[in-house]
Design a protein around this ligand. Structure first.
Ligand code: PLP
Length: 353
């Protein structure tokens, strides 16, 4: 009889919230759709693909286009099928069975998942009471546990806080472990370490097209690291991990820096607007709804009754991310921000009457 092994026997397929919601603010996607001119350029480009041939194994043109936009050398870039795949490749490459990975309690859940698939142990460090990252504690934990890797997002999903560059630097310089710095949301903040990645032998920076760039559908993410580690990643990934259509779309999009910058500006305006709505609600219902000042494209809110608010929003066709005593709500179009705020207010009014 075939029996399932320990590491997979209790796994369930990833289940993003399914169902029909007219407002989706649960996955930190961009609310901006591509303009017609860029769609046309993509379409022309894709039609030139040789569909009978395997794609470029290292997605060189796509990586060059990404590298130019972010001002890094193309020889230090590895592309993957979303940063999710990149994380998995990094763990396959740099961890061995039984190694220890340090993660933060409030962070992207996929880190510990991929670590478990390579039979590694995750040691979780609690965030400070104000949700910031306790850098000294992280450094001590890495040393004490002889961890081989520490991985975290900056700005952080879900807290939407950013760790100052100086603190990230201190962490990278203080440990022998590999530091995987997920800058998925750094387009919305200003503490990137991308311009200095090559100074370190133990730093990998992750970027994704799924958030600021508004291309979650094409599945495209990148690792930026020194040439030694890049070579390893290119050797470990599966040969044709990026299909030719994604490569073509990525190449075109990064060729439009002004467009990307305008998207970031629009999303930041929306994010600030959503946060202002939330601050107003917070004043009206002290202690019941407490938003964190955001540094990414979503707001993290401590709620007295997160589940009640979540269920109310759901019943109105609005989906946000429920996280125990918190909600994580992505910035949307103006009217979406207004509607979600009105419904939260309506629920809190009803609940306090
Ligand atoms: C959304 C997100 C990603 C992006 O993952 P993709 O696989 O590229 O869509 C990566 N890291 C964090 C922290 C995220 O929130």
């Amino acid at each position: 009889m075939f029996t399932l092994n320990e590491k997979v026997k209790n796994l369930k397929p990833y289940d993003p919230i399914s169902g029909n919601y007219h407002i989706r603010l649960d996955a930190n996607e961009s609310f901006i759709t591509l303009p017609q001119e860029i769609k046309q350029e993509i379409s022309d480009r894709v039609l030139c693909n040789h569909f009978n041939r395997y794609p470029d194994p290292c997605a060189e043109e796509c990586c060059a286009s990404f590298a130019k936009y972010f001002g890094v050398p193309a020889s230090c870039v590895m592309a993957g099928n979303g940063s999710d795949e990149v994380i998995s490749v990094i763990m396959n490459a740099f961890l061995q069975k039984g190694d220890t990975v340090v993660t933060l309690a409030r962070d992207f859940s996929m880190y510990a998942f991929y670590a478990s698939l390579v039979e590694c142990r995750s040691v979780v460090v609690e965030n400070n009471p104000d949700y910031t990252i306790p850098v000294d504690n992280v450094i001590e934990t890495v040393k004490r546990e002889k961890a081989r890797m520490v991985v975290f997002s900056n700005p952080c999903n879900p807290t939407s806080l950013v760790l100052p560059r100086e603190e990230v630097r201190r962490l990278v310089q203080s440990v022998d472990a590999l530091v995987v710095l997920d800058e998925a949301y750094m387009d919305f903040s200003d503490q990137s370490l991308l311009s200095e990645f090559s100074k370190y032998d133990n730093l990998i920076i992750l970027k994704t097209c799924s958030k600021a760039i508004g291309m979650a559908g094409i599945r495209l993410g990148f690792a930026v690291t020194n040439e030694t580690l890049t070579k390893v990643l290119l050797a470990v990934k599966s040969p044709y991990n990026l299909n030719s259509m994604t490569q073509a779309v990525g190449t075109v999009v990064f060729d439009h820096p002004e467009y990307i910058r305008s998207c970031v500006r629009r999303i930041l305006e929306s994010r600030d607007e959503l946060y202002e709505h939330f601050c107003r609600i917070s004043k009206e219902f002290p202690g019941a709804f407490v938003p964190q000042k955001p540094e990414a494209n979503f707001v993290y809110v401590l709620c007295k009754d997160a589940e009640g608010i979540f269920n109310h929003l759901k019943s109105k066709g609005i989906i946000v991310r429920f996280m125990g005593d918190h909600l994580r709500i992505s910035a949307g179009r103006n009217y979406e921000n207004e509607v979600v705020s009105e419904e939260i207010e309506a629920y809190l009014k009803g609940a306090t009457q």
